[in-house]
Each structure stands twice: as C-alpha cells, then as structure tokens.
Write a protein of this length. Sequence first.
Length: 132
Amino acid sequence: MSNAETTRALSRIANVIVPVADQELELRFYTETLGLEKRADVPFGNGDRWIEVAPAGAETAIALCPPGPGGEAGGKHTGITLQTGDIEACHAELGERGADVDAEISRMGDPVPPLFWLRDPEGNSLIVVEVR
C-alpha cells in the first residue's frame, strides 16, 4: 500500500482515550474545572460508560473510559495538548478552580510556545499551550 492510499484510508483522529477509574469524578473535572463540553455519555459493555468531552468546536474528543483488559487507570502522560490564546489567564483561572497546575508557566523561547502542565484527579497529565 502506498502512502497516498494510507492517507486516504485514515481521515482524522476520532478521539483520544484516557483510562480512568472514577468516571464521574473525571467527568466533573473535565467539564466543571477545565470547562470542556460533554459530547457523549452512554452505556456500553458490562455496566461501563462511554464518555466524551472536548473544547467547544473541537473536532477530536477525549474519551474518559475504564481501562481495557490488563490496563490501569491514572498516572498517564496522555500527550494531550489543549490550546489557549492567553496562557497567563488560563493558568490563573485553572489554578483558582482547583486544578493541579504547574507552579509556573514554562517559557523556553521560539519555536516552543509558552505552556504549562496540569494533572487530573487521577494524575493523568495534559499540557496547555498558548497559540495566538
């Protein structure tokens, strides 16, 4: 299969899954603390729930799901980067809302934009980056 065929077959990222133990706690954090919108909350499997959250207007959602077979919840470096237009205001607001944010904003200089890390209640880390 050529690269062009692969590109046509895969058209977008559907969602990113964060394995969590306490879906209700994590849903409150991602919606109330981070301000993401809940896009889906439906039963699946053996009493589990499929929950998706995302920033308003975002194409790709974050799925907050129980870990798969042999998997563990919490303490993951998710690789998820959330975007803001004002890093100082976002850092201050999330800190005031009780989010576990880095004490300071990281400023490495070009081409790396200002950013900070935050952790959800189960210790999963995400990055907030300023893009203007």
